[in-house]
Design a protein around this ligand. Structure first.
Ligand code: GUN
Length: 298
């Protein structure tokens, strides 16, 4: 049977439409969630992501501010802006687009963000909370989006072997943490494989759920996938395509055409995990606003 394509765009639209309703209820209480997005430098892909985040805020009625700092901004410039945003009552969530230019110490910037406003869940306090299963912090947007995609597609990870390809702080490590939690929608057995793993295909072939987040175009090929696996592609890679108007095309970490016939469920790139990352950011911004105003979280 051909794989069911998990439509990330449609699931993200359902998440954001529920959020729009929550935002309108908050506005009736004279509250408006506010998100500040900080971009340092002019990386073209980061500019696209940041603009999409701001546009989505507008659609949902979330107040947003875009702060653009020059490529040669200093640590002092960035920390001064973070201080200002930490103290601003209109702003409930702060996101600094990653990666920043090399002179910026990203860890120090993340540590300076008020954990209550850390809607990326990059701050050590929130990462720790997530790891020990607490729900009064945040979950990081991309892994959270993957969990939501599975939940909305009727895929229960409980007891399944989930293999995560990649060990980044943004995706691989928190993905592992969310999947192993003792709670509804998780309870998986998790293996994390990475660039130094021996016999990587042998391990990926054991995955009932295979999550590719290694940042290498079309890295996962059909021979690395178990028959009937759920395949989630987190990668977004720009590869040269001289015949196209933009000169590049987007592809994931999975060789879709050859893997899809083996999978039970699969996501596409674009239109899979990407839209969910933004939807979950919006959910975190609304949650941040509610927590800062002592409103019960449903
Ligand atoms: N760069 C790639 N993904 C992300 C993300 O989820 N948050 C931030 N801040 N930067 C990113």
């Amino acid at each position: 049977m051909p794989a069911t394509i998990i439509d990330g765009k449609a699931i993200a639209a359902a998440v954001t439409s529920a959020l729009a309703e929550e935002v309108s209820q908050l506005k009736q209480q004279n509250l408006q969630p506010g998100l500040a997005v900080v971009l340092i430098g002019s990386d073209p892909a980061s500019q696209v992501y940041v603009n999409t985040k701001v546009k989505t805020c507008e659609k949902l009625g979330i107040y947003s501010e875009k702060h653009l700092l020059p490529e040669d901004a200093s640590m002092n410039d960035v920390l001064a802006l973070i201080d200002q945003l930490n103290c601003d009552p209109k702003i409930h969530g702060i996101l600094v687009q990653s990666p920043p230019p090399p002179q910026i110490d990203e860890e120090a910037v993340v540590a300076a963000i008020d954990p209550a406003k850390d809607v990326d869940c990059f701050h050590a306090e929130n990462v720790g909370k997530m790891l020990i299963g607490k729900t009064d912090g945040f979950f990081p947007c991309t892994p959270y989006g993957v969990m939501e995609l599975m939940a909305q597609s009727g895929i229960d990870p409980a007891g399944k072997h989930a293999v995560v390809v990649g060990r980044s702080n943004i995706v691989g490590k928190p993905m592992m943490a969310l999947l192993i939690q003792k709670c509804k929608g998780a309870n998986a057995t998790v293996t994390v494989v990475h660039s130094r793993t021996k016999n990587l295909p042998e391990l990926t072939r054991q995955g009932d759920i295979l999550i590719a987040a290694i940042g290498k175009p079309e890295f996962v090929t059909a021979d690395m996938v178990k028959d009937g696996a759920v395949v989630i592609d987190v990668g977004i890679n720009r590869v040269e395509a001289p015949d196209t108007p933009k000169g590049y095309r987007l592809c994931g970490d999975v060789k879709f055409d050859e893997v899809a016939p083996k999978a039970s469920f699969i996501t596409k790139v674009p239109g899979g995990v990407g839209p969910m990352t933004i939807a979950m950011l919006m959910r975190n911004a609304v949650k941040a606003c509610k927590m800062q105003n002592h409103i019960e979280i449903r």
